[in-house]
Design a protein around this ligand. Structure first.
Ligand SMILES: *Cc1c(COP(=O)(O)O)cnc(C)c1O
Length: 347
């Protein structure tokens, strides 16, 4: 039986032999071929999506959280805390519940997707909605965790990246080598750094023959790394990457440069088009931040060498953000309770 990513990749993870593992059997997500996207982008490449929306709380954050909460528990902590655009808080709340710990989450008031808020609430987190943005929330969390015995579980916690790197391992294990390109959304920039670490470790262990070019995608209204400046007021429909001053900025730049990759921006309009495209052509529903990768493929795909293997990381499940889905596809037919009226719209 599959027992979660710590169990599967233990020899690559800093976990004590006798540690109590806090897991929801996260990881082991499918790598789905999407030839539809090669067609849409007009390129000759084998394209796959790593559908991280199928993790237990619906995003890749669970990979980091199983590690961070296992470690917090090992260290005798009773409370975990994070700042979040939504997914980190959902994941922290779930794993804290699993561990019998308390969780406190700071979120930007009014700027998190409905599904994510519902999750944090039902898992029993203390939800604090701050009249500020993500970067403000993270500042307060750092301060509070320094002054109180509370475990900080944002991605500046190094165990988060350790857990998240296992997604790169899974991709190599599935493809039997690393892909040529990996396209990934960039917000606080932890995940692109974690993938680089994972690909590099497998390469050094002789399990893969190459490290993929990492292509990070930021939203045009929150593109600090692309423009090399802090965005004081980041704005984008892709709330999971609505971050103006990424904590792992330098790590992400190093991952980009060491992999011969690039970090680019896509507009909200391009993100929303891509969000609909992948749902309608491939049958895969991801959240807007994840669709930034699809938008990046459409926009920059002409630079991909013919015959390449490309993996897009779909970081979160579309069900997290029902409001944007409904706004993006407003066609509903309202009809009378009458067979002829129904027949008329059906045909
Ligand atoms: C957290 C998150 C991101 C951004 O990841 P970073 O590690 O902050 O760069 C992208 N998409 C989704 C769905 C997320 O939850």
């Amino acid at each position: 039986m599959y027992k979660g990513l710590i169990d599967r990749y233990r020899k690559f993870l800093p976990v004590a032999d006798d540690a109590e593992i806090i897991t929801l059997n996260e990881g082991n997500t499918p790598l789905i071929p999407v030839p539809e996207l090669a067609k849409a982008a007009g390129i000759d490449a084998k394209i796959y999506v790593k559908y991280e929306g199928l993790n237990p709380t619906g995003s890749f954050k669970d990979r980091g959280m199983t590690m961070a909460v296992t470690k917090a528990k090992e260290e005798g902590m009773k409370v975990v805390m994070c700042a979040s655009t939504g997914n980190t808080s959902a994941s922290a709340a779930a794993y804290a519940a699993r561990a019998g710990m308390k969780s406190v989450v700071l979120i930007p008031d009014g700027n998190i997707a409905l599904g994510k808020l519902a999750q944090s609430m039902i898992y029993g987190a203390k939800v604090v909605a701050v009249d500020g943005n993500f970067d403000d929330c993270l500042k307060y969390v750092r301060d509070l965790c320094q002054r109180h015995p509370i475990a900080l579980v944002n991605s500046i916690n190094p165990y988060r990246l350790e857990g998240q790197k296992t997604a790169a391992f899974e991709i190599v294990d599935d493809l039997e080598d690393a892909p040529d390109y990996l396209i990934i959304p960039v917000g606080n920039a932890g995940n692109i750094s974690a993938y680089f670490m994972g690909f590099a470790q497998y390469f050094e262990a002789g399990i893969s023959t190459k490290i993929p070019k990492l292509w990070g995608m930021q939203a045009a209204g929150a593109a600090p790394i692309v423009e090399n400046r802090v965005f004081e007021k980041p704005e984008t429909v892709a709330t999971a990457i609505r971050i103006g001053n990424p904590a792992s900025w330098e790590k992400a730049v190093a991952a980009r440069d060491k992999s011969n990759g690039r970090i680019e921006k896509v507009t909200d309009q391009e993100i929303l088009e891509a969000y609909k495209l992948i749902a309608r052509t491939a049958g895969v529903f991801c959240e807007p931040a994840s669709a930034a990768t699809v938008a990046g493929l459409i926009k920059y795909g002409r630079d991909i060498e013919p015959g390449s293997t490309v993996v897009l990381v779909l970081t979160g499940n579309g069900l997290k953000d029902p409001d944007n889905a409904i706004k993006s596809a407003p066609e509903i037919f309202h009809v009378k309770n009458d067979i002829r009226a129904i027949e008329e719209v059906v045909l």
